[in-house]
Write a protein that binds this ligand. Structure first.
Ligand SMILES: Cc1ncc(COP(=O)(O)O)c(C=O)c1O
Length: 391
């Protein structure tokens, strides 16, 4: 009979795309826990613990109201659009790649009048441009993709938030942290954020299937004051808020069935992040150190990078340009044959020119796995083989 401690997942290819990522054995074991009623005394504290731990991981203990709803990261965009934006209201979307395009599309579906500030590929939106637009439009909402997974660009969220607050104090700030929570520091209270959207399958190291959202008191006040009805059923915070409050208070309440096993797995994953070594602050530093190491080593192999600047590069992933003369076919397939799965390019303008490697969660933090050196050693070997063939 297997126990959490003795359980070992089946051998498989090393998954080092920028999410979903490798999942630790104990989390997968929890994901296979026996059925339990979603309103039972056994499950209520599990759900409540997840909400409390999310507040801690996002430093949202003063002003954050967490929502945990079955769905994927994308559902967080819908929650933002459905609850906070009324038809015809101005929204400014900072766009650093594919996921900025999609967030804008989603908000338009809820009637937002969207202005997109689009950075050049690999760059970030300029501060002057942001301030001028926010001052002129006084938007209801500004959205920022913390890490755009298509380009590996890291947004300076704290700085942007400071500028937005100064230029238009009533404007809400929503960040898409699907590819950032758990691998990049997010200070919800201190930075004055209003919505953080994330999901379990990237830096949090848990299987996909949940939308995790933190909303500020200010955001909930805006929802309470809205004139137009919320034109969504499943993602209406008015329906979900009493559920979240009940579970956190130790009582069950039903609106729609939560994925019981996945929530159980999330609790194990969040507990590992908060209670096991390394501590939360150190975890972010480890991601930075690993990221610098990966980028330095890839540079030595002749790779360039999609982000134009190291300071604006994600710490949980790398978007590396192929060295001169090397193509996707030289790298992606040969690595997969060696049981290492990395991702190809996603930004439509440059998709064939780069590949993406995830180095977040256990791959970065659990050095005993040896994932990072395994990735680098094999990338070097497949590049050497391709170069030798073409010589
Ligand atoms: C930055 C970012 N936002 C949103 C999403 C959408 O999340 P999901 O695929 O879980 O719906 C992703 C997915 O990769 C992402 O990387």
């Amino acid at each position: 009979m297997s126990s959490a401690q003795s359980f070992k997942q089946a051998p498989h290819k090393l998954l080092v795309i920028p999410g979903p990522i490798e999942v630790a054995d104990q989390i997968l074991y929890a994901n296979a826990s026996p059925s339990v009623s979603h309103v039972s005394p056994a499950f209520v504290p599990i759900f409540g613990d997840c909400l409390r731990m999310l507040r801690k991981i996002l430093y949202a203990e003063k002003t954050g109201q967490p929502f945990m709803i079955a769905g994927s990261g994308t559902l967080g965009w819908d929650q933002t659009g459905a609850n906070l934006v009324e038809p015809g209201e101005n929204v400014v979307v900072l766009n650093h790649g594919y996921f900025g395009d999609s967030f804008a599309d989603c908000l338009q579906a809820y009637g937002a009048n969207v202005t997109v500030l689009k950075a050049p590929v690999g760059g970030i939106v300029g501060e002057d441009d942001l301030v001028a637009t926010v001052k002129e439009q006084k938007p209801k909402l500004v959205t920022i993709t913390h890490v755009d997974t298509s380009t590996g660009v890291l947004s300076p969220v704290a700085r942007y938030a400071e500028l937005i607050h100064k230029a238009s104090p009533d404007t809400l700030i929503a960040i898409d942290a699907v590819c950032a929570a758990g691998s990049e520091e997010i200070r919800f209270d201190d930075w004055g954020l209003d919505v953080v959207i994330t999901a379990p399958q990237k830096g949090l190291g848990v299987p996909p299937g949940l939308s995790l959202v933190m909303a500020s008191k200010k955001a909930l006040d805006v929802l309470n004051r809205r004139k137009a009805p919320v034109t969504a059923y499943y993602c209406s915070w008015r329906r979900w808020l009493p559920i979240m409050e009940a579970y956190e208070a130790g009582q069950a309440k039903y609106f729609a069935t939560p994925p019981v096993q996945l929530v159980t797995a999330l609790r194990v994953g969040l507990k590992q992040i908060l209670e096991d070594a390394p501590k939360l602050e150190e975890r972010f530093q480890i991601h930075k150190d690993v990221s610098n190491y990966v980028k330095d080593e890839l540079e030595k192999m002749g790779c360039g990078f999609v982000p134009l600047d190291r300071a604006n590069s994600a710490n949980g992933m790398t978007a590396a340009r192929y060295p001169k003369g090397i193509t996707a076919a030289d790298v992606l397939g040969p690595l997969a044959e060696r049981d290492i799965v990395v991702a190809g390019g996603l930004h439509k303008d440059i998709a064939s020119e780069y590949f993406r490697v995830g180095h977040m969660g256990v791959t970065a933090v659990d050095k005993s796995r040896g994932d990072v050196d395994k990735i680098l050693k094999n990338v070097k070997e497949v590049l050497d083989i391709a170069r030798a063939k073409k010589a």
